[in-house]
Design a protein around this ligand. Structure first.
Ligand SMILES: [Zn+2]
Length: 189
């Protein structure tokens, strides 16, 4: 088993002066607007995470991540680098039969669909899925914050699948999309 930390890879890449082009946020009408808004706010660090609140001079006694308790809670952390988020994304990759996901920030995740094989519709479904995962991670974070919800990767995955089916089937006008196809992510292949 080979382990690495995201921060170590970031350091290696930045030492090569990796140039990143500016990317434009792409909305996706297969998910409700509120789902896209969470992702948009996440990539711009505009969600009220503990670190964001502290930066706005709100008194936050504990900055630690509600998922792992080890690092300060920021958007980049809870959506990408937190162990909990990484488990969610790796399970999503397995479900979608994609290679393991290696992302440095949420923007990388929002470009995943560009690398997925298949039709334009499959790419759009993959993009919708990334937005839905972001929505579900933020929802789980809030449930943990306010209701002391129990963290469960499988629960997040089930939520992603069921909300995804509901939204994509209704909004994509793919009347023939079945739960069986969706739950194997063999749709639009
Ligand atoms: Zn964490």
């Amino acid at each position: 088993m080979w382990y690495f930390s995201v921060s170590s890879i970031k350091a290696i890449l930045s030492s090569f002066n990796r140039v990143r082009r500016d990317r434009i946020f792409v909305w996706n009408n297969w998910v409700p607007k509120k789902v896209g808004i969470v992702a948009w706010r996440a990539i711009n660090e505009k969600l009220p995470t503990r670190t964001a609140l502290a930066l706005r001079r709100v008194n936050v006694p504990d900055l630690s991540c509600l998922f792992c308790g080890e690092y300060a809670e920021s958007c980049e952390h809870i959506f990408v680098t937190c162990h909990f988020a990484q488990m969610v994304w790796q399970n999503i990759a397995i479900w979608c039969k994609m290679p393991p996901i290696l992302a440095f920030d949420f923007k990388d995740l929002l470009e995943l669909h560009g690398f997925s094989s298949g039709l334009r519709k499959r790419k759009k479904a993959t993009h919708a899925l990334v937005l839905i995962v972001g929505w579900c991670i933020w929802k789980t974070r809030n449930e943990t914050m306010y209701n002391n919800g129990i963290l469960n990767v499988l629960k997040v995955l089930e939520e992603v699948k069921s909300l995804g089916f509901l939204w994509v089937k209704n909004r994509s006008k793919e009347a023939f999309l079945t739960w069986e196809d969706w739950s194997r992510f063999s749709c639009f292949a």
